[in-house]
Design a protein. Structure first.
Length: 159
């Protein structure tokens, strides 16, 4: 049986933090605020995987009240999510993700983001799609107040 999950994450942009998306540090004058490295792309993928198997959300597994997760790489969190999926008999089929950001331009980094996510997921890179869309100046994302990401994951599980 194949199960699907939907993930979404949004973090505010702030000065003085690196911008990490899909495990890639992107040159930017603003970075994402959060307890971990605030990688919204990795978070959305993790949320999708957890959702596919009804395992709750990232906050349940990695609460921001736990100092062990302060500044942690979101790829490390994603690798832990994979262990949860595998422990439930799941095998990742594919992931399709989109980052919503007004700036910076992400096209030059998308292939590397997909590769790093695939490595963390333990799947071939051709099973991970990463796209970027501009909000065209609309709303909080268009005003560069934050960056969001959404993802869909398919997981094969025994009947």
């Amino acid at each position: 049986m194949t199960r699907s999950g939907l993930g979404f994450d949004l973090h505010p942009l702030v000065e003085g933090r690196p911008l990490v998306l899909g495990g890639v540090t992107v040159e930017s004058d603003l970075g994402l605020s959060g307890h971990s490295d605030a990688d919204v792309l990795s978070h959305a993928v993790g949320e999708a995987l957890l959702g596919a198997l009804a395992l709750g959300d990232l906050g349940r597994h990695f609460p921001d009240t736990d100092s062990r997760y302060r500044g942690i790489s979101s790829l490390a969190l994603l690798r832990h999510v994979v262990t949860l999926v595998v422990a439930r008999g799941g095998a990742i089929v594919n992931v399709d993700a989109t980052v919503l950001a007004e700036a910076p331009r992400l096209a030059p980094h998308l292939a590397e983001m997909a590769k790093r996510l695939a490595d963390a997921l333990g799947v071939d890179a051709d099973r991970v799609s990463v796209k970027a869309k501009s909000p065209e100046g609309l709303g909080l994302l268009g005003r560069r107040e934050g960056i969001a990401a959404m993802a869909v994951a398919s997981v094969e599980v025994g009947a």
